[in-house]
Design a protein around this ligand. Structure first.
Ligand SMILES: C[S@@+](CC[C@H](N)C(=O)[O-])C[C@H]1O[C@@H](n2cnc3c(N)ncnc32)[C@H](O)[C@@H]1O
Length: 347
């Protein structure tokens, strides 16, 4: 069959998107794509795939037709081979991380998108039980869901942390306040890079317990302190006395008015010499359409699973919040990591 990509095909790709997604994932997880890679030269037929995978003939008939139609496999004179999209699904780390995140964290709840948007709450999160936000539920989510959530979160931050570290340490901060410090990966990098820095993590208690355990195991517990906070509580003040405040992939977890409240409290905790470093991926600062697509779909996750009221912002949205909170942008660095922007804010 000749490959086709036209508006009709694109529309059908969407109409059957969830089916195609699951078929692709099963082809990957059942080892069919890996087998296709192994047999790159000679290809394979259905009987060979059946012997190899242990799947039934019916299962393979269904999956191989789907895989060929989706473009994961090519079919020539009865023999299947791995096609370029199949190679990405099999080997590309970003595709794997996003696919597992969509399957484990988002898929069930995505059915509730409409309700979530109408009611401004993450109705899809009910798939895992009653919680106000995914962050409150994180420590108690089923292990496979937690694993995929953390891999998704870490994949994007790990890509940028080493690159941004020298920019943060250049002003020789001594006391750093990590807002939304999560599992402490950033804190660990900072503490390892500079023996004179002390870090305080602010987050939900479940995340802080994990972070403390991780950093103690690395022998970094002495210069770490943790303080539980609910940033959604507009009366929860941020501690003073820090020369650098850090918010990485954090403000996108909140609606604009909540961001203004958090930034206003950050400003109240800063003296004139203190700086607030904000690291975000802005939809409108991406060089590649693929990256903008990933961010737009991540906003759908925020709507239906994470909190019901935030999204991946445009840079101007966040800068408006910064100004409303009485802060100013002193420096902007685009093009970091996988499309991150660093904003350095001052009073
Ligand atoms: C998307 S993660 C980012 C983690 C890390 N800073 C990074 O760059 O990888 C957001 C973090 O903010 C925390 N967080 C979100 N809402 C919060 C709230 N209302 N109160 C306290 N922490 C919150 C979450 O628990 C999570 O650790």
């Amino acid at each position: 069959m000749p490959p086709t990509f036209d508006a009709r095909t694109a529309a059908q790709t969407l109409a059957f998107g969830p089916m195609a997604f699951q078929a692709a994932r099963v082809l990957r997880d059942a080892g069919v794509l890996a087998y296709a890679r192994e047999r790159a030269d000679e290809g394979f037929d259905r009987a060979e795939a059946r012997d190899r995978s242990g799947l039934s003939d019916h299962a393979l008939a269904v999956l191989l037709d789907a895989g060929t139609s989706i473009g994961l496999l090519s079919l020539d004179r009865g023999r299947y081979r791995l096609a370029p999209v199949g190679l990405f699904v099999l080997k590309d780390e970003m595709t794997r991380v996003n696919m597992d995140f969509v399957h484990d964290v988002c898929f069930l709840g995505a059915h509730r998108l409409e309700t979530s948007l109408q009611e401004g709450r993450p109705a899809g999160l009910e798939a895992f039980g009653p919680s106000r936000t995914v962050y409150e539920a994180l420590a108690e989510l089923p292990p496979h869901v937690r694993k995929s959530w953390f891999r998704f979160d870490h994949y994007y931050s790990d890509s940028v942390f080493p690159e941004v570290l020298p920019l943060v340490l250049e002003s020789r901060p001594r006391r750093l306040l990590d807002c939304g410090g999560n599992t402490g990966r950033w804190a660990a990098l900072v503490l390892q890079a500079d023996p004179d820095v002390w870090v305080t993590l602010l987050d939900h208690p479940g995340q802080l317990a994990n972070a403390r355990e991780e950093l103690q195991a690395l022998g970094l517990g002495d210069r770490l302190s943790t303080a539980p906070i609910d940033f959604l509580d507009s009366d929860a003040a941020l501690p003073r006395g820090y020369d650098l405040l850090w918010m990485s992939q954090f403000l996108d977890c909140f609606a604009e008015d909540e961001i203004v409240s958090i930034l206003t409290r950050a400003r109240a905790a800063m003296d004139d010499a203190a700086r607030l470093f904000v690291l975000e991926t802005f939809w409108d600062r991406q060089r590649q359409p693929t990256a903008a697509y990933v961010l737009a779909m991540t906003s759908i996750y925020f709507a239906t699973i994470a909190n019901g009221n935030s999204r991946m912002y445009h840079a101007s949205d966040l800068i408006r919040c910064v100004e409303r909170a009485g802060l100013r942008v002193e420096r902007e660095v685009d093009g970091l990591g996988l499309g991150h922007t660093l904003l350095v804010l001052a009073r």
